[in-house]
Design a protein around this ligand. Structure first.
Ligand code: ZN
Length: 370
């Protein structure tokens, strides 16, 4: 692993030197990077194949000395693709190395498409973008999927897409959950170091973990157990595991709405889906006492869950992807009681779809220019 990192660093140094210079001779490259000729030739060959640079043979103006090999950066023409899937909708965005998004398109996958067909539909959309911007070079793809409705073919289709793209493109293609991308983005932009865990309530309860700038890709098994971790409150109905105090049965959007409806209010008709948490937030903002009480209880339960995660995973930071004034006030208060310390002010935040899309694009872009 250490040896791999060493090579990776050397390759990045070489790439950064060519990108920084614009045009540089092989001789200068050896001098500037401190790498030997053999490494420079081998690494430059890789960059050439990935179309990140072009080789050029130049004759000096004096016509006396021998022609020499130059490397020309292709940096200005490079772009990366972020592919974000949310339920059946797939958004594709292209950005250049300055993170300027210059193209966004959207496709809706057929409801009954098999995973392989869903992958085919997205793959065709990628081809269309490459054709549209054929004067530019696609240098990396990040696919991110919202981890809901995981039984749906569209969700599996993204896995299929990643595998087929890896086989067919000669560029890095990666697949993460949207929460992985979001947490990495947060950690990078807020300069959060150490082990950071993100709790994401939604249709279900998801977790993401980033440690020193790396996504932990194996959180799903832990999350599966965590969903049945008992909290102090008891839900009215039993969890699928037979208990009443599970995280899954208390912290999902649907669970909060069920708690609210049971508190005796009659505004239940406002909920378009069992997960329509925005409707509950609006009721609370409009002064509905039971809605407010429900959200305050959610805040206290989130605090318990975060405190458990902080200890169980030995995390340096715990974050919550949810933000509401009523949730927040009780969250911070309850966390202070449990931990004896304040939860940092940025710990509860709300991310929009476009935040996730730019977080997704940032992964391949930062691989190009760290
Ligand atoms: Zn359970």
């Amino acid at each position: 692993m250490a040896a791999n990192n060493k090579i990776l660093n050397k390759k990045q140094r070489l790439r950064a030197t060519i990108f920084g210079a614009g045009v540089i001779s092989r001789k200068e490259l050896v001098e500037k990077t401190g790498l030997n000729y053999r490494s420079v030739i081998a690494y430059a060959e890789e960059l050439k194949q990935q179309k990140l640079i072009v080789e050029d043979i130049r004759t000096p103006p004096d016509d006396e000395s021998r022609p020499s090999i130059h490397y020309v950066s292709n940096c200005g023409r490079l772009y990366c693709l972020g592919i974000m899937s949310y339920r059946r909708t797939v958004t594709l965005a292209a950005a250049d190395v300055n993170s300027n998004i210059f193209h966004v398109s959207e496709i809706v996958l057929d409801e009954n498409a098999a995973a392989v067909d869903a992958a085919g539909q997205v793959s065709a959309a990628v081809d269309r973008i490459q054709e549209l911007f054929r004067h530019r070079t696609l240098a990396g793809i990040e696919i991110c999927r919202f981890p809901y409705a995981r039984k749906e073919n569209c969700y599996e289709g993204m896995k299929e897409l990643c595998l087929s793209m890896r086989r067919h493109c000669r560029i890095p293609v990666f697949l993460h959950t949207s929460y992985d991308a979001l947490l990495l983005h947060m950690a990078r932009n807020f300069n959060i170091s150490g082990r950071t865990v993100l709790l994401c309530p939604g249709d279900t309860i998801c977790l993401a973990m980033v440690e020193d700038g790396q996504i932990n890709e194996n959180m799903e098994n832990y999350a599966r157990r965590f969903r049945h971790h008992p909290l102090s409150a008891k839900a009215d109905d039993k969890c699928s595991c037979g208990k009443r105090g599970c995280v899954e049965n208390l912290l999902t959007h649907g669970a909060a709405i069920r708690r609210y409806i049971r508190l005796g209010e009659s505004e239940g008709r406002l909920f378009r889906t069992p997960e329509d948490i925005a409707a509950l937030h609006m009721l609370a903002a409009g002064g509905a006492a039971a809605a407010r009480q429900t959200l305050e209880e959610s805040g206290r339960l989130f605090a318990e869950a975060l405190w458990f995660l902080k200890n169980d995973l030995q995390a340096d930071q715990v974050l919550l992807n949810s933000r509401n004034p009523f949730v927040n006030s009780s969250l911070y208060e309850r966390y202070r009681e449990l931990a004896g310390t304040e939860l940092p002010p940025f710990s509860a935040f709300r991310a929009t779809m476009s935040d996730v899309l730019s977080a997704c694009l940032e992964i391949p872009l930062s691989r190009l220019i760290p």
